[in-house]
Design a protein around this ligand. Structure first.
Ligand code: DGY
Length: 322
């Protein structure tokens, strides 16, 4: 008999076929208040779990006594308590690498869009306000030649550094738990203390993963260190920034603008003051959201689960190695 797995996010047909060839698949197209009880009931026999965008808490895990592996269709693992999974001897796998370049593109799109006021000025044209030759009121600020501070020099941070240094001749500063020698050699990136990075960067881009250590790391104190010419970009997780402190800083003109793909609460409320600010570009968490990359992530996650269930050691295991 094939092992049972629960799939809790819609995946492309070919990826579903990969899973169905090996497992008995119980499918949910997302989990919400209406189908949560059925989802939890389906876990009683499940040996594998695959999906994304759902907090997998102790209550869910208690309902899944046979679970051996969870494969998340994401690089972020903040929906899981990895220590608890490790204690329960459940392997967690994620999808790094395949989304690195696309997510870096999103970060750079936000840098360019905020600096050159792309969304605001496209709205101005659409509203029929472009009635003559534009003047200073429509000017933005240069990206090329400026200083970019990257908070978190992992895979995505490195891909942003490459775009900045090689494409835009930018000076790159970074913070990280440990120095990233490869980024220093390839892109001239300089390992810098957070306060100094905030004080001297024209653009600050957050790529660090959400952990108890990074949650709330950019609050009023940190925002106050940024110069009024600076732009803050976040493509990681919303709760790394204290969002109300950011709103206050933007309202007070402490920052030039912000490019945000992620928010404290998603979806962002239409009432958010951020949406009333012309110098804020807000995206609906699209970091890796291209057809090609989302397909590659689903394939990667399916293969991760297959390998783990077949006892193969996957390079994408998140639990600490023993
Ligand atoms: C990721 O892969 O972690 C993306 O942010 C989607 O959540």
């Amino acid at each position: 008999m094939q092992p049972t797995i629960v799939l809790y996010k819609k995946v492309p047909e070919d990826v579903l076929a990969m899973l169905q060839a090996r497992f008995s698949v119980v499918q949910f197209d997302g989990v919400n208040g209406d189908n949560r009880a059925a989802f939890v009931a389906a876990l009683a026999n499940a040996e594998g779990l695959i999906g994304a965008s759902l907090k997998i808490d102790a209550g869910i895990l208690d309902a899944a006594p046979h679970l051996k592996a969870i494969s998340t269709i994401s690089v972020g693992t903040d929906q899981f308590d990895v220590d608890d999974l490790t204690r329960r001897e459940i392997v967690l796998l994620n999808t790094p690498d395949v989304l690195t370049q696309t997510t870096a593109d999103t970060g750079f799109a936000l840098i360019l869009a905020t600096a050159r006021r792309v969304v605001e000025l496209a709205d101005y044209v659409r509203a029929g306000q472009w009635t003559g030759s534009i003047g200073e009121a429509c000017f933005g600020t240069d990206v090329q030649g400026k200083t970019l501070g990257i908070i978190g020099m992992g895979r995505i941070g490195g891909a942003i550094a490459r775009r900045a240094a090689c494409g835009f001749g930018m000076r790159v500063l970074y913070t990280n738990r440990t120095p990233n020698v490869a980024a220093e050699q390839a892109y001239g990136a300089q390992f810098t203390a957070l306060d100094a990075l905030l004080r001297t960067s024209d653009f600050v881009c957050i790529t660090v993963p959400l952990t108890p250590q990074t949650e709330g790391m950019i609050g009023a104190r940190e925002l106050a260190k940024m110069p009024p010419r600076a732009i803050l970009v976040n493509i990681s997780r919303g709760t790394i920034i204290d969002e109300s402190a950011l709103i206050t800083a933007l309202e007070n003109g402490q920052l030039r603008g912000a490019g945000l793909d992620v928010f404290e609460r998603e979806p962002l409320s239409p009432d958010s003051p951020l949406l009333r600010m012309k110098n804020v570009v807000a995206l609906p968490h699209i970091g890796s959201a291209t057809h090609e990359t989302r397909h590659a992530m689903a394939v990667c996650a399916a293969q991760n689960l297959i390998d783990a269930m077949e006892g193969e050691s996957s390079g994408n295991m998140v639990n600490p190695k023993r």
